[in-house]
Write a protein that binds this ligand. Structure first.
Ligand code: ZN
Length: 353
């Protein structure tokens, strides 16, 4: 028998794991109306960062050039360290220059849709997740998900002597040295996740969560063939999850259903998966902060809850005030074991911040 996640007082403590790839940031950027620099996918980097000329000048043809494969070859052959360094510094500068607009974005909704027991792990180098994490502190300070950076991030700095990670540019709280920028890892074939202690720690954390997660959402991550190691690491811990028989996978992606089923079938248990093109229609965004609880109520207890989709708000404050009653309910549970109601937020319900 699969191990049942605990479900008392309408509360399911098993984690929801959300995995973000480049498609998540592209969706966020399109959703906020394309203000600011255009967001590249891995393949677009060549043109968005004007790397074509640099690569040509170094003596390579760029006709039909696959950037990932090219960079992979550059790393494994050690053929041109100078060119590799130029590419990396352009990438770092570009991603450092990005910022969220003031309005609520998909990233804000992501941070607000999950609880402390959950995790968002991202392959993205851009600063959006960290920005959303810090600007929603006003409402989520003690109630926000863990975030993990599987390929490093321009907003994260580390102190290797003290084994501390924090916001890039701040000082290490222990030795007071300025944190060093985290390395950015590229999706290459022979990447060694263990070569960097910070990134290894982030992977270990994700794997622990995957091993007892109840819900796995994969948003805009294409699992490129060049990143075989990432996929096999995740699958290893997911497939030995004792609750796997009951767990659910949700894919949010604009690719064809067929394509997505082929990519992710190893992660599916029979028909326990759903596919959505739009994050706002996903289970995660229609059951914010209650995805695992609502899903357990529907599938294990045959008592489905009504959907509670995020309304669209113009300001971040309105969104935070809408979420606040859910967080207040979590505090009531934490301190007095008051059960979750399972009811959607009423139309005028909010807590002023
Ligand atoms: Zn330190």
């Amino acid at each position: 028998m699969p191990k049942l996640p605990p479900m008392n007082n309408n509360v399911n403590h098993a984690p929801h794991v959300v995995l973000l790839g480049a498609g998540a940031s592209i969706a966020a950027y399109l959703d906020w109306g394309k203000k600011g620099a255009r967001l590249p996918s891995m393949q677009d980097l060549l043109d968005v960062l004007s790397l074509r000329v640099v690569i040509k000048d170094a003596g390579y043809s760029t006709t039909n050039l696959n950037f990932e494969a090219f960079y992979d070859e550059l790393c494994s052959s050690g053929a041109n360290e100078n060119l590799k360094a130029i590419i990396e510094s352009r990438v770092y500068e570009f991603f450092s220059s990005l910022a969220l607009p003031n309005e609520p974005t998909i990233y804000d909704h992501l941070i607000l849709s999950l609880r402390k027991k959950d995790i968002i792990a991202t392959f993205n180098w851009d600063p959006f997740l960290v920005e959303a994490y810090t600007r929603n502190e006003v409402v989520t300070e003690k109630h926000r998900p863990r975030i993990a950076f599987l390929h490093g991030n321009v907003k994260i700095g580390t102190c290797y002597s003290c084994n501390v990670a924090g916001v890039n540019g701040r000082r290490c709280p222990r030795c007071k040295e300025v944190l060093a920028p985290s390395k950015l890892l590229y999706p290459v074939k022979h990447k060694n996740y263990n070569s960097d202690p910070y990134i290894m720690g982030e992977w270990d954390t994700l794997r622990r969560y995957l091993n007892h997660a109840y819900f796995l959402t994969i948003f805009g991550y294409s699992a490129p063939v060049t990143d075989v190691e990432a996929r096999s690491l995740m699958l290893g811990d997911w497939s030995t999850n004792p609750a796997l028989e009951l767990a659910e996978v949700e894919i949010i992606d604009i690719r064809s259903r067929n394509d997505l089923e082929n990519t992710w079938q190893d992660f599916f248990i029979r028909q326990h998966y759903m596919i959505s093109e739009n994050i706002y229609q996903s289970y995660l965004f229609t059951h914010p902060r209650r995805s695992c609880d609502a899903f357990a109520a529907a599938t294990l207890m045959c008592a489905p809850w009504d959907d509670n989709p995020f309304p669209k708000f113009k300001t971040l404050r309105e969104l935070q005030e809408w979420v606040a009653p859910l967080i207040a309910e979590e505090e009531q549970y934490d301190t007095k074991r008051v059960a979750f109601s399972g009811d959607p937020i009423a139309p005028n319900e909010k807590i002023e911040l």
